[in-house]
Ligand binder design. Structure first.
Ligand code: G6P
Length: 372
């Protein structure tokens, strides 16, 4: 009913709107007044965490994209090697694991069969498993050594939105916590990021207030067959997530690429008026990343692409090459996915609506895949 949807047409829109609260709730009580991470609920001791020499993340679908982003954060802040793998590939590959491997299983439902099988496989080899999960008492956290719950609240729409943002928050918390207990050269940066993370819900809220042009743009693209998504660094998994949302909801051909791979194939797909969404990293910090992507945008635009650019407020260098410019608040590079994903969710939802699709129950998909 409309009441259940809080006045929104779809659960998906309600859940998109709930993201600032979901993010804030997932942070609540986990950062103390001094800016230290308080994750005592994760029942793997600090001494065990200091001994870990590898992190392996397993997940499916949208949760897998959260894992891909986590890898950048974990390796940067902790200097511990991190692999990310689709749960369905991991368990049949004979992966190398031992008691010094921390396996992180990410799952909204806690019931995805492939992820469950992957964690069972990991525990059989003696690895410690930490679940990141949104559903209290579900199978995946019950079978794990420890759990960090995301506090997104129930997610009803099949396409994941608020659960994804909270999975990102949980991943950042784990990465920062690992950095904290292990002590790294990035101590100051960790402090600064913790401060930015505690303000990030406000940034997500600001993005939500600027979505009208994104909706308008989506409606003009309803007759297109294909949309491509490009990103670099953490913007690459954001591009993958944007493409997945469009497939799930709009039933359009959508693909995400690492912008650096353009020349190795995807650029052959560029033709007149093809919509290409580009996620642009901050021009501050690692500015080399930003400059590279600006030249990627120039390359595709010279070949006729219609560029839809997601860029930070104040990033003027990219503006001349954007046919459509979507602004997101300034954040540290590693946190940008929390704001950059939101327009892509709105974009996919609006395209689905314009194409007459069932937003909350896309064809052929299930909220939780409990079979292999
Ligand atoms: C299904 C859902 C996706 C979800 C994936 C993993 O495919 O439609 O939205 O990302 O399962 O689900 P999980 O509950 O393990 O996060």
């Amino acid at each position: 009913s409309a009441a259940e949807k809080d006045g929104h047409d779809y659960f998906m829109l309600k859940e998109i709107a709930e993201q600032p609260k979901a993010v804030a709730d997932t942070l609540l009580g986990r950062i103390d007044a001094a800016g230290s991470l308080r994750l005592d609920e994760v029942r793997i001791s600090a001494s065990e965490l200091r001994e870990m020499d590898k992190v392996v993340i397993v997940a499916c679908g949208t949760a897998f994209h959260a894992g891909l982003i986590a890898k950048y954060a974990i390796e940067h802040w902790t200097r511990v090697p991190c692999e990310v793998e689709l749960a369905s590939e991991f368990r049949y590959r004979d992966p190398i694991l031992d008691p010094r491997t921390l396996v992180v299983a990410i799952s909204q439902s806690g019931e995805t069969m492939d992820t469950l099988m992957a964690l069972r496989h990991a525990r059989e080899q003696g690895a410690k498993v930490l679940a990141i999960c949104n559903t209290n008492g579900s199978t995946i956290p019950r079978e794990s050594d420890a759990v960090l719950y995301t506090h997104a609240g129930p997610e009803v729409a099949v396409a994941s939105t608020k659960a994804f943002l909270t999975q990102l928050v949980a991943c950042y918390l784990v990465a920062l916590y690992l950095g904290q207990v292990r002590g790294t050269q990035w101590g100051d940066e960790i402090q600064a990021v913790v401060r930015d993370l505690s303000r990030i819900a406000g940034a997500v809220e600001r993005v939500l207030h600027t979505m009208q042009p994104v909706r308008q743009l989506a409606r003009t693209l309803a007759q297109k067959d294909t949309v491509l998504f490009l990103g670099r660094h953490v913007g690459y998994p954001v591009a993958l997530e944007g493409a997945l949302k469009l497939k799930e909801l709009a039933y359009m051909h959508a693909e995400g690429f690492a912008a650096g791979e353009l020349k190795h194939g995807p650029i052959a797909l560029i033709e007149e008026d093809l919509p290409v969404v580009v996620v642009v990293p901050s021009p501050r910090g690692r500015s080399v990343l930003h400059d590279k992507i600006v030249s990627n945008i120039q390359e595709i635009r010279a070949r006729g692409a219609r560029t839809i650019v997601i860029a930070e407020e104040g990033d003027e260098a990219v503006a001349p090459y954007a046919d459509h410019l979507i602004r997101v608040p300034v954040t540290p590079t590693l946190l940008q996915p929390l704001v950059a994903t939101v327009p892509l969710q709105v974009f996919a939802c609006e395209l689905a609506t314009a194409r007459g699709n069932e937003v909350d129950q896309p064809r052929n998909l299930a909220k939780s895949v409990t079979v292999e």
